[in-house]
Design a binder for this molecule. Structure first.
Ligand code: NAG
Ligand code: NAG
Ligand code: NAG
Ligand code: NAG
Ligand code: NAG
Ligand code: NAG
Ligand code: NAG
Ligand code: NAG
Ligand code: NAG
Length: 454
């Protein structure tokens, strides 16, 4: 007997999507949280937690001292309750930075307390201004095994001054981040609150094995281009169980900018993002790109609540980027009060300089979005692919959005939809085989396998 087509599709999708969640392992991988054999308090280095005394030297000296414990099982730097004003400082390997309940690391808003450093090679220049950039408040360069945690201690970036300098055009270098790890491995950031970041809150770049959990990230609604967590040219990243409310994108996966990103060639891959509450009044809850020149692939996202945001889920790229965004599975998203739930735009983003290669055309393909619900939505989806490289295999299943209008805009995109309301555009219902390469819709396993060997 012939099964009804809709049921067959449903079975096929179910099968495919169960397999799509197979990188759960990244979040489940446990870190060794045994206490470090040595612990010192920042007080032992003369720090004063009055919110006024500058403690940069105390932190630098403490880290310098703790370096000698790296080969003795590592060490903990303990920060007791208080307000610890500081400029930027480096971390070291095999270190735990622990912020006690009531401890706040307060970033100095005097630019002279921040080193100026070279741009990242995959960007070729500062992201906001050509040339150099300020070093982040907390830096890890080429480190192994670092834990930043605490009993909900706080990093306060005191970003208001930086936001104003950006907006008034008086900034001299691109703004600093709160935490940046470069070329580092085995990093855990947990049980912390981040407030008022000057720009990005947490930026792992060229890193591997990064786990971010139980963080609260908050900046004022009108903080310009402040981002939450930005996994950048990094692999094996987990972000989970957190709340992120920022001016711009709450989570943004990136991998370098045009010719610099293409030459550096390091993708963001094997990423698992789960159980987050996100808000971004002027950006997106979660975005891919627009800087994606090293490629972004094999990302599983599940259980998001996206509220009061300009965009829910965004894929952004443009000519000159090269690279790809592919094999992304996003499921279990609940939107509320979002202007556009899904945006996929092939014409967004600026270029680092005029030397980008116009023939470097990005590829966006094999994106599965399933079990989306939402209300208070303006537009369900706005897909605008690139003429020479349309977005393909965009697969929607079980998507139910209460929108204020008829609600999909599509060009240069193809894919398939199953059980989607409001009724999607023709482009997204037209090519079932694009979501199930191999063509056969019968036999769940065959379908799933053929999808996963595209
Ligand atoms: C911090 O690390 C960078 C290299 O990543 C180095 O150039 C700089 O001198 C370090 N600063 C201090 C204070 O150790
Ligand atoms: C952490 O502290 C912030 C305020 O600094 C508070 O809003 C939040 O609820 C606290 N989180 C937890 C888990 O205690
Ligand atoms: C930028 O540089 C100028 C000239 O050195 C200086 O007066 C100004 O304070 C700097 N601005 C910031 C935000 O650091
Ligand atoms: C974070 O807090 C939870 C309790 O909320 C605790 O189980 C966990 O061990 C803490 N993580 C770290 C790294 O301290
Ligand atoms: C989601 O994260 C919150 C903390 O933000 C936690 O309390 C809750 O148990 C998590 N839920 C799941 C299903 O993991
Ligand atoms: C797609 O990504 C998932 C992880 O999200 C991974 O398990 C799977 O192997 C990837 N498939 C292909 C064909 O690369
Ligand atoms: C669908 O997503 C919701 C969150 O919006 C989640 O609670 C539910 O378990 C998901 N259902 C399935 C079948 O995965
Ligand atoms: C849809 O996206 C295109 C391309 O970015 C943009 O020009 C257009 O304004 C968007 N439409 C709506 C209604 O948001
Ligand atoms: C597809 O892209 C091309 C080139 O960007 C554009 O001219 C064309 O209008 C697009 N197709 C549709 C149907 O919008």
């Amino acid at each position: 007997m012939k099964m009804p087509v809709a049921l067959v599709w449903l079975l096929a999708f179910t099968n495919l999507l169960i397999r799509g969640e197979s990188n759960n392992a990244i979040c489940k991988k446990t870190f060794n949280l045994d206490p470090r054999p040595h612990s010192v308090s920042i007080l032992e280095f003369g720090a004063v937690g009055d919110g006024k005394t500058l403690n940069t030297l105390a932190f630098q000296n403490a880290i310098f001292y703790l370096k000698s414990f790296a080969d003795k099982g590592g060490a903990q730097l303990y920060v007791p309750p208080g307000k610890w004003l500081t400029g930027s400082f480096n971390l070291t390997s095999h270190l735990t930075l622990f912020l006690e309940k009531g401890a706040t690391i307060l970033a100095s808003s005097d630019p002279s307390h921040w080193d100026i450093v070279s741009p990242l090679p995959s960007y070729g220049r500062g992201v906001e201004l050509p040339g150099k950039r300020y070093r982040s408040l907390i830096n890890g360069d080429n480190l192994l095994d670092v834990v930043i945690t605490g009993d909900n201690g706080t990093f306060d970036g005191q970003g208001a001054a930086w936001w104003e300098w950006l907006e008034s055009g008086t900034l001299n270098y691109s703004r600093p981040h709160i935490i940046e790890f470069v070329s580092s491995k085995h990093i855990l950031i947990s049980n912390l609150t981040f407030l008022n970041a000057p720009s990005v809150n947490i930026h792992p770049v060229y890193c591997s094995q990064v786990h971010i959990r139980k963080v609260l990230i908050e900046t004022s609604v009108d903080s310009p281009y402040v981002l939450g967590v930005v996994p950048d040219s990094s692999d094996n990243v987990c972000v989970e169980d957190s709340t992120i409310n920022v001016g711009h994108d709450a989570i943004s996966l990136k991998s370098g900018w045009d010719q610099y990103g293409i030459n550096y060639g390091r993708p963001t891959t094997t990423v698992h993002i789960r159980n987050l509450s996100l808000k971004s009044p002027t950006g997106a809850g979660i975005s891919f790109g627009s800087e994606m020149s090293g490629g972004i692939s094999d990302v599983t996202v599940e259980l998001l609540s996206i509220r009061s945001s300009h965009v829910g889920v965004a894929f952004r790229t443009t000519r000159g980027r090269g690279g790809y965004i592919r094999n992304i599975t996003i499921s279990g998203v609940d939107f509320s009060g979002v202007e556009t739930a899904i945006v996929a735009d092939g014409h967004t983003g600026s270029h680092p300089d005029d030397k980008f290669d116009r023939d470097a055309i990005p590829v966006v393909t094999h994106i599965v979005m399933r079990n989306f619900t939402g209300e208070g939505i303006g537009l369900a989806g706005n897909f605008s692919g690139i003429g020479e490289s349309p977005f393909t295999s965009i697969c929607l299943a079980d998507v139910h959005l209460k929108t204020s209008s008829e609600s999909w805009i599509c060009s240069n995109v193809s894919g398939f939809s199953d059980d989607v309301s409001p009724e999607p555009c023709e482009e997204l219902t037209s090519s079932p085989s694009s979501c199930f390469a191999g063509g056969s819709i019968y036999g769940g396993d065959t379908v799933a396998q053929s999808y996963y060997t595209w």
